[in-house]
Design a protein around this ligand. Structure first.
Ligand code: HEC
Ligand code: HEC
Length: 358
């Protein structure tokens, strides 16, 4: 019995190594007797205080060439019907890839969306995307902004024609993908290869957690961290500062948008006005706040948690424990919390040339 298992095991190992060898062979194959497909694999380093990746790198291994194409596409206005709205227009690096000046997103012809652009950082660790989780795979997420009438308002057929007609793109697709095709699958894969490498893990908080030496919190930051752990970390949990669940944190309904959040995806009444708990990494830079960008400052956010939380059927139970609505906070505690939140800013990420347009 054991012997059989060992033999099966050996056979399986041989099969796996054969197939990986043939994968290798494929990469170094002569194409039409001349060109050699030989992309350079990019190492995606997971910071030691981070969880496992959720993105399956084996299904779309990032390469230097795929990254370069993805980055060019990210900053490409041709992805929109008007030729000027790129992904990078709404996701700006200096604000951790959010849209700073706009409460809700601003797309083609100045049309307004209904939601605030979230930061693009650490996407490779998330299970679902957008405030309501409407996209359950990173590769599929861009279909939403590209085809949205108020965002990029473009079709894939048009985009692919525009890219094929632009001299710079055909060689980039050839370098990044073995079949070299300018098609939707390759375009989405390239965008993901760029986005999965956008890992922000170098804040003062991270350096302290990783014991990188010479880093200490001030008394005020330490007090804020303690408050955060007691009052906020049940939802803004763990290294990513989100447990990735959908919750109603008691924002009064905005009559203008009447956004029901997660219910749009599940259709369930119990999901009404629930939104994904956002990560608070780089939160000092990602203003304005909440799914509709209603708060301009972190102080406004804390005033809301301490005095503005509104009861409703779907309000998260954590925010109405012992019949008290919200999270009681003194002015001093608010200041301490903000000092702690400021330690989550990662300037290396903001200034990382790899992700910059120019
Ligand atoms: C007009 C502004 C705008 C443009 C252009 C835009 N986005 Fe976004 N992006 C948003 C908004 C707003 C959301 C949140 C949408 C929602 O929750 O419904 C978002 C969400 C995302 C998310 C999910 C973030 C998360 O935390 O779940 C990713 C990834 C993303 N965008 C990538 C892209 C890419 C790639 C492109 C280009 C193909 C792009 N965006 C173009 C505004 C924009
Ligand atoms: C019951 C879960 C829960 C608790 C507890 C909680 N939050 Fe939140 N938080 C959320 C949810 C959900 C959102 C998004 C709500 C929305 O936009 O509709 C949010 C949004 C935020 C935002 C806006 C982030 C952005 O990118 O727009 C900040 C800042 C924030 N919370 C800070 C805190 C702080 C500080 C505490 C503790 C005092 C706290 N939260 C406690 C669930 C919670």
């Amino acid at each position: 019995m054991r012997l059989t298992l060992i033999i099966i095991g050996l056979l399986a190992t041989m099969l796996i190594s054969c197939s990986s060898e043939s994968e290798q062979d494929k990469q170094y194959q002569d194409v039409e007797g001349e060109k050699v497909f030989n992309p350079t694999l990019l190492q995606v380093n997971i910071p030691e205080n981070f969880p496992e990746l959720t993105y399956d790198l084996n299904s779309n291994p990032p390469t230097k060439e795929g990254f370069a194409l993805g980055k060019k596409l990210f900053y490409e206005g041709k992805l929109s019907s008007t030729g000027i709205i790129s992904c990078g227009e709404c996701h700006r690096q200096e604000f951790s890839f959010t849209h700073h000046k706009h409460i809700v997103s601003h797309g083609v012809n100045g049309l307004l969306g209904t939601r605030n652009a979230p930061p693009i950082q650490n996407m490779a660790f998330l299970n679902e995307f957008n405030w309501d989780g409407a996209a359950n795979h990173l590769d599929m997420q861009p279909i939403i902004p590209i085809t949205s009438e108020v965002e990029m308002n473009e079709t894939f057929v048009n985009i692919l024609n525009k890219l094929a007609a632009d001299n710079t793109y055909p060689p980039l697709f050839k370098a990044a993908f073995e079949n070299g095709k300018i098609d939707t699958a390759n375009m989405l894969k390239a965008l993901s290869q760029f986005v999965v490498t956008m890992i922000s893990a170098d804040s003062k908080y991270d350096k302290l957690i990783r014991n990188e030496g010479g880093i200490a919190f001030t008394a005020q930051e330490k007090a804020g961290q303690k408050l955060f752990e007691n009052k906020c970390a049940s939802c803004h949990a763990g290294t990513l500062f989100t447990d990735q669940s959908y919750r109603n944190n008691g924002l009064p309904l905005d009559p203008e948008y009447n956004d029901v959040g997660r219910k749009l995806v599940t259709g369930l009444a119990e999901d009404t006005r629930k939104f994904r708990v956002p990560s608070l990494r780089n939160v000092a830079l990602t203003l304005p706040y909440m799914h509709d960008g209603r708060f301009k400052t972190l102080n406004d956010v804390l005033d809301f948690y301490s005095a503005g939380v509104q009861d409703s059927e779907t309000l998260d139970p954590i925010l109405k424990s012992n019949n008290n609505l919200g999270i009681a906070l003194s002015q001093e505690e608010k200041e301490q919390l903000i000092s702690f939140l400021n330690t989550l800013t990662d300037t290396n990420f903001i200034f990382d040339k790899r992700f910059a347009e120019f």
